[in-house]
Ligand binder design. Structure first.
Ligand SMILES: [Zn+2]
Length: 151
């Protein structure tokens, strides 16, 4: 099946089985394309609701497309940068202000650290070490019998 994302990041080809997401009835996208699509929508929503309610949508969309598709900035990072800017009350006077956000060294460093933390969190913890004073007592035949009887 074909990816329905108009800006398919894999060039619009067929989707490998198992990598598709149904975005609406009968419309499929690559899961990555669906992520781009949803994240960009969220960026537009945040910008128009929290930064500038009078923004010209075509202008905003244009800047976002340039950042994400031409400059190859992960839309997750752009979303993160906008959220941070809103929290820090950073002034963004026009959509092109987003360029400054994604080029900001501190912003990039914070994002990288956050990603590293995410990776560390997702790594399973090593098996807990058996305490030194722990003694292993094999079950006596009697105990084993009681356990099997209960089955
Ligand atoms: Zn796609």
């Amino acid at each position: 099946m074909k990816c329905r994302y108009s800006r398919c990041i894999f060039g619009g080809g067929d989707i490998e089985p198992g990598k598709e997401v149904e975005v609406s009835k009968g419309r499929y996208m690559h899961s990555e394309c669906a992520r781009y699509n949803a994240t960009i929508k969220e960026i537009v929503r945040l910008y128009s609701e929290s930064i500038d309610r009078t923004v010209v949508f075509s202008e905003l969309q244009n800047v976002i497309n340039k950042i994400v598709f031409d400059k190859k900035v992960d839309p997750d990072f752009l979303l993160f940068a906008i959220k941070k800017a809103i929290l820090n009350k950073t002034k963004i006077r026009a959509p092109y202000g987003l360029y400054y956000l994604v080029n900001d060294k501190d912003m990039i460093d914070t994002w990288k650290r956050k990603k590293v933390q995410k990776i560390i969190k997702s790594v399973p913890l090593a098996e807990p070490k058996v305490p030194q004073d722990f003694k292993y007592t094999p079950a006596s035949p009697k105990t084993l019998l009681t356990i099997t009887e209960g089955l």
